[in-house]
Design a protein around this ligand. Structure first.
Ligand code: KG4
Ligand code: ZN
Length: 344
């Protein structure tokens, strides 16, 4: 191999939801990050678990092969196999967990289990040939916003982190996807709402922001308010959505972002921490990225935002999260099973 023997080469495998992904990283430097996105769910308005696991079964071997071959290394260079153990869809996780276990066994290398939500946080430490920017210094706060979770995480070290605020019902990504579904925008709606919102007026419609104590979130009331509002408008004009699509997207997106950024600011004030990261699928949202950068100017934050390819689910964050466990010789056993729910 080209790397010196002391460099750690990790294969990362991610199959927690509807993305089959594999990555080769040398320490926290990502060489490849191959993602097969499952298109099959689009017409269903959400992920169909049974279809997701079948797609993972089809995709896992080609995705891993491509991740290895494009890295310029061979499978014999791999020194550990990191995999997402949870949280996620049990049938989807099972494909990645089983594959990782047999691959590690065949190679005779250790296995490393990774918590998907911790991996989103640790995506802030990914470097690549094109990306050498600064990483957050400890302690920092991470707003982790995905399709299944919305968390504010107090990060003291790579694996010393606590959730200090989270959603009591829907996740921020779910709020985007459900609002999209109400407007008949296909799944996943978040990226499309982002796109339409760019040409819309965020002040055209206003929706209620919930009053939730401490650092927790709630998005289910907003979804219901949006649904009832649209139903009322459709009674008067059946073309209401088509006529107002961009403004509706801009207005709902603005409301979700306001809820997120206000809590992040509250967390910063409470903890006195001004090192701030965002991560997870919703951190790809251009409005949220702008709002956090704006808040940085107002509140003197140092802000860290992953490149788009590391926001939504990816194997690179699993490989890099695995690297920080490898440093501690923190290995998993061959009896590891998927965990649909998994805390830190
Ligand atoms: O982290 P992720 O890929 O998967 C989970 O762990 O859930 O996040 C997926 C979520 C979906 O709800 C998707 O709609 C949302 O992230 N998302 C976005 C954007 N890109 C992805 N939401 C808003 N704007 C985007 N640009
Ligand atoms: Zn995720």
């Amino acid at each position: 191999m080209n790397n010196t023997q002391k460099d750690k080469v990790i294969l990362g495998i991610e199959t927690s939801c509807d993305e089959t992904s594999a990555s080769i990283a040398v320490e926290n430097m990502v060489l490849t990050n191959i993602i097969a996105t499952q298109e099959v769910h689009k017409s269903y308005g959400g992920v169909v678990p049974e279809l997701a696991s079948r797609e993972h079964q089809k995709n896992i071997i080609p995705v891993v092969s491509e991740a290895i071959s494009k890295s310029g290394l061979t499978k014999d260079d791999i020194q550990a196999v990191a995999f997402t153990r949870g949280p996620g869809l049990p049938g989807s996780l099972m494909v990645g967990v089983s594959f990782a276990k047999s691959f590690a066994l065949a190679l005779g290398v250790p296995l490393i289990e990774v918590n998907h939500m911790q991996a989103h946080v640790l995506s802030l430490f990914i470097t690549s040939k094109e990306r050498t920017e600064q990483h957050p210094s400890f302690p920092f706060l991470c707003l982790t916003v995905s399709g299944g979770h919305t968390q504010i995480v107090w990060v003291r070290d790579y694996y010393d982190m606590d959730v200090i605020g989270e959603t009591l019902d829907d996740a921020a990504g779910e709020a985007f996807d459900k609002a999209a579904k109400i407007m008949s925008i296909p799944y996943p709606g978040g990226p499309l709402i982002d796109k339409y919102a760019r040409d819309g007026n965020p002040h055209k419609f206003s929706f209620p922001e919930p009053n939730i104590p401490e650092l927790d979130f709630s998005f289910s009331g907003l979804k219901t308010a949006f649904l009832y509002f649209i139903r009322e408008q459709l009674k008067a004009d059946e073309n209401f959505i088509e006529k107002n699509r961009n403004d509706l997207c801009a207005s709902i997106q603005k409301t979700i972002i306001n809820i997120l950024v206000k809590k992040l600011q509250k967390a910063s004030v409470q903890t006195g921490i001004t090192e701030i990261g965002i991560a997870g699928g919703v951190s790809a949202n251009s409005g949220l990225r702008n709002a956090v950068n704006e808040a940085a100017k107002r509140f003197n934050w140092n802000v860290y935002i992953p490149p788009l390819r590391y926001c939504t689910d990816n194997g690179a964050m699993i490989a890099v999260a695995g690297y920080y466990k490898l440093l501690k010789n923190d290995f998993a056993s061959q009896s590891a099973v998927p965990m649909a729910r998994m805390s830190f």
